[in-house]
Design a protein around this ligand. Structure first.
Ligand code: NAD
Length: 351
C-alpha cells in the first residue's frame, strides 16, 4: 500500500513509520507540520529508505494537503497529527481547536475530493484511518468498569474535547459522504522516543538529573498503558483488515496507578543506573492536582482481539524495562530535545 501518515514525526507516528518501513513493503509519505512535538531525529534509522518520503505541511492547509495527495496517490491515510498534551491544552486550548478540529476538517475535505475522483476499484479499497484516544470517554469511577466502543463520549479536558469533536467529524464524513473510514481509540502509550514532557520520560530524565519526580495529587489516578510498538502493530492490523465505518478500542490490559508507575521506574533505575546513595524513590514529590484530572481510564480491547486477532506483545513490566533501557542508551536524543537543537533539523524552518 501507499500510506500517507499525518503526524509521523511525533511519538506514535514515528513508531508507526519505523514499523511500516522495517517490517512491511508499504510506501510511506509522512506529512507533518513539525510543531515542538515533531522530531525528525526519531526517524533517522529509516530516513534514507527509498520507500519513505517526508513533506512538511499543516493538515489545516487544504491546498497543500491536496497537492500531496495528488502527487503521492495514497491508498490509505492514517491520521495521527494532533496537539496531544493535556496540560498544554489547559494552558492554551486554541492550538488544539485549530489542529484537532479545524485541521481534521480540512484533511477530511481534501481527502473527500481526492477520493471522489479515484476509479471505482481504488475508491472501494481506499481507507481513512483516524487515530484517537480513550480520553474521549471521560473517566471511570467503578473498579470493574471498562470503556467499550459504545461508551458515550464525555471528554473532560480541552484536549479530549477536541479529539472527541474530530471523531464525530470523521464518523459524519462516513455517514454523510460515504468516505471509507476506520477509527481507533487507544489508551496511554509509552516507549522509546516519547517527548520528555510526558510522565514516563519526564520521570526517567528528572531522576537521572537528581531532580524532583512530580506526581499529581495523591498519584492514585489509574491509566491503562500500552507499549507504543504494540499500538503500531494494532494500527497496521486495523488499516489492513478493519471493517469500514467501525471503531476499535486499543488497550494494553495494563492498569497502573500513576504513583506505581513512578515507583516502578525508580526500581528499574535503582537496578540499571544506581545512585551513589539511596533510591530514586526519595525524589518523588507530590504536586497540586491537574484541574479536571480524570481518575481512571481502562479499555475493553475485546473487539480488536476477536475480530482482528490483535493482542499486545509486551506486559507493563517488559515494556517499562525496554523503555528505561532505551532512555539510558539514547541520552543524546533526549539532550537534543531538551536543548531544542532537534528543531534545527526541520526543513525550511530556520531557528
Ligand atoms: P505527538 O504530540 O507526539 O505528535 C504529534 C505530531 O503531529 C507531531 O509530529 C506534530 O509535529 C504533528 N502535528 C501537530 N499539529 C500538526 C498540524 N497542524 N499539521 C501537521 N502535523 C501536525 O502525539 P502522539 O503522542 O504521537 O499522538 C499521536 C496521535 O495519537 C494523536 O492524534 C493523539 O491524540 C493520539 N493518541 C495518543 C496517545 C498517547 O498516549 N500519546 C494515546 C491515544 C491516542
Amino acid at each position: 500500500m501507499r500510506i500517507l501518515i499525518t503526524g509521523g514525526a511525533g511519538f506514535i507516528g514515528s513508531a508507526l513509520v519505523r514499523h511500516l518501513i522495517e517490517h512491511t513493503r508499504h510506501q510511506v509519505l509522512n506529512l507533518d507540520k513539525l510543531t515542538y512535538a515533531g522530531n525528525l531525529q526519531s526517524l533517522t534509522s529509516i530516513a534514507q529508505n527509498p520507500r519513505y518520503q517526508f513533506v512538511q505541511a499543516d493538515i489545516a492547509d487544504g491546498e497543500r494537503v491536496s497537492q500531496a495527495l495528488a502527487e503521492f496517490q495514497p491508498e490509505a491515510i492514517m491520521h495521527l497529527a494532533a496537539e496531544s498534551h493535556v496540560d498544554r491544552s489547559i494552558d492554551g486550548p486554541a492550538a488544539f481547536i485549530q489542529t484537532n478540529i479545524v485541521g481534521t476538517y480540512a484533511l477530511l475535505e481534501a481527502t473527500r475530493a481526492y477520493w471522489l475522483q479515484l476509479d471505482e476499484t481504488r475508491k472501494q479499497a481506499f481507507r481513512f484511518h483516524h487515530i484517537s484516544t480513550d480520553e474521549v470517554y471521560g473517566d471511570l469511577h467503578g473498579v470493574d468498569e471498562l470503556f467499550s466502543e459504545t461508551t458515550p463520549y464525555a471528554p473532560s479536558s480541552p484536549y479530549s474535547a477536541s479529539k472527541a469533536a474530530s471523531d464525530h467529524l470523521v464518523r459524519a464524513w462516513h455517514r454523510t459522504y460515504g468516505l471509507p473510514v476506520l477509527l481507533t481509540n487507544c489508551s496511554n502509550n509509552y516507549g522509546p522516543y516519547h517527548f520528555p514532557e510526558k510522565l514516563i520520560p519526564l520521570v526517567i530524565l528528572n531522576a537521572l538529573e537528581g531532580k524532583p519526580l512530580p506526581v499529581y495529587g495523591n498519584g492514585q489516578q489509574v491509566r491503562d498503558w500500552l507499549y507504543v510498538e504494540d499500538h503500531a502493530r494494532a494500527l497496521l492490523k486495523v488499516v489492513s483488515e478493519g471493517r469500514v465505518g467501525e471503531t476499535y478500542n486499543i488497550g494494553g490490559h495494563n492498569e497502573q496507578k500513576n504513583l506505581d508507575v513512578v515507583r516502578g521506574i525508580c526500581e528499574l533505575l535503582d537496578e540499571l543506573a544506581p545512585r551513589q546513595a539511596g533510591s530514586y524513590k526519595e525524589l518523588i514529590a507530590f504536586v497540586p492536582d491537574r484541574p479536571g484530572h480524570d481518575l481512571r481510564y481502562a479499555i475493553d480491547a475485546g473487539k480488536i482481539q476477536r475480530e482482528l486477532g490483535w493482542t499486545p506483545e509486551e506486559t507493563f513490566a517488559s515494556g517499562l524495562r525496554k523503555t528505561v533501557r532505551w532512555y539510558l542508551d539514547n541520552l543524546d536524543w533526549c539532550r537534543h530535545v531538551q536543548d531544542g537543537s532537534y528543531r534545527r533539523e526541520r526543513l525550511g524552518a530556520p531557528e
